[in-house]
Design a protein around this ligand. Sequence first.
Ligand SMILES: Cc1cc2nc3c(=O)[nH]c(=O)nc-3n(C[C@H](O)[C@H](O)[C@H](O)COP(=O)(O)OP(=O)(O)OC[C@H]3O[C@@H](n4cnc5c(N)ncnc54)[C@H](O)[C@@H]3O)c2cc1C
Length: 468
Amino acid sequence: MSDDEPRDVTPLARSRHRVAVVGACPAGLFAVQALLRRDPGLAIDIYDRLPTPYGLLRYGVAPDHTAIKRVATTLARVFEGRAVRFVGMVELGRHITRHQLREHYDAVVYAMGASRDSHLGVPGEDLDGCLSAREFVAWYEGHPDASPVVLTGVSTAVVVGIGNVAIDVARILAKPVDDLSDTDMPDAVLGELGREPVPEVWIVGRRGPRQTAFTQVELRELVSLDGVAVSVDGVQPGELDDDESLDRRTRAVLRALRDGPARSVPDPRVRLRFLFWHRVWRLDGPGEVESVRLEATRSDAEGRLEGIEEWRDIPAQLLLRAIGYRGQQLPGLPFDPVAGIIPNVEGRVTDQRGEVQPGEYVVGWIKRGAVGVIGTNKSDAAETVDHLWEDLAADGGTGRCSSDDPVVGLVESGTPVADFAAWLRIDAAERARGESRGRIRTKIATWQELAGLVAGDDDEAAKEMRRA
Ligand SMILES: Cc1cc2nc3c(=O)[nH]c(=O)nc-3n(C[C@H](O)[C@H](O)[C@H](O)COP(=O)(O)OP(=O)(O)OC[C@H]3O[C@@H](n4cnc5c(N)ncnc54)[C@H](O)[C@@H]3O)c2cc1C
């Protein structure tokens, strides 16, 4: 789309309520689903800073977990709504403000997810080779903002954290690259993972196996990988034993942690080492991580974690902290810096003093923090939409917001906007690239190529044909 031609913009429906959703991700799209159930003709603009929808379903859920990725097919149906538009490449806080959204829509639903990460707060965290799992995941998922990761020279990687994100990144490192070659990973990522496998991967937790957030299926998949020898260390006597007082998930996790090391893996390709009850004390190296110092921990009588001044050094060249994603504060929007969320009462946005901000709502990870699976966002969005609908019904809404179309305004001011047709061009180009390699899709991972496809750039299309 050229800068001065708003030709692809279907006019915003004027006769009904208008809703803006910021974040074309699982939570945002579940909210749209719930809204369309109330009124299939509702005018809904779904904004996203990327030209591609689906948020972490596209850029977080692991590429080798294709069954979950297929949720996108169901979510895509919301774009068939009569008055639903995808407004990609438009970032709240950069191209459009909270004030503009409030002016043009009867209701605004924030679904920006959690795009920052938690830090360890230890010396050496800024050394090269210390990354957040978010950055590492963004790289292997082909996110256009990701920086390349170099694995040359990495003989030991330490993953800090005992949740499913830690499992994902450990599995991507430990899996034979041939088993990843039918995924949608960019070619450059597969090349890097295949060049020099990482023979030793640690998963370090500051608490014990009974406090992990692993799910059974993911953990069992990891400890059963071909050619991977598993060890479990740091546990207290009896801690891995079955115990009927524990919930089913925890018992299954303990079983997988007992079964993994019991497997015989002659001549292992990768050694996967779980180390519990240890926390990172510092990272050492002249400019790059060379070793990680850990302190042993224990839980005190009140369940608080404490260090016991017993040290262990692991020579390692890569440290991935998988200790949580956090929401980002956006200009002009209320934010709770402790929880890393937009403050809210059951999805109604509040200011710092707890006062409800009329017409503003929140769903997903930016509502409740970075916890829960894709499905959790469905009931979470339903709660928010119930309140939004109650509020719209109570005060009418329509007619109070400006009748101008903000998307036309954006296009006229020279902001390149990716509509749904632009996403379909990207989708087709990725499928074509994948097909030529016997895969369903190969992701396009650079802003330049994505923007070229958004613009319907003939050169980019021709290059894509040649590549395919
Ligand atoms: C590594 C990883 C693996 C996961 N694996 C699984 C799994 O296997 N199974 C499962 O069920 N769940 C999984 N999850 C959880 C699942 O991805 C989340 O529950 C879900 O994505 C919730 O996020 P969300 O919809 O709130 O936001 P997100 O998915 O994070 O999306 C936020 C969207 O907002 C957009 N955005 C951000 N800021 C702005 C802005 N200022 N302006 C405009 N747009 C903006 C972003 O581009 C993005 O599209 C995984 C999560 C991670 C991190």
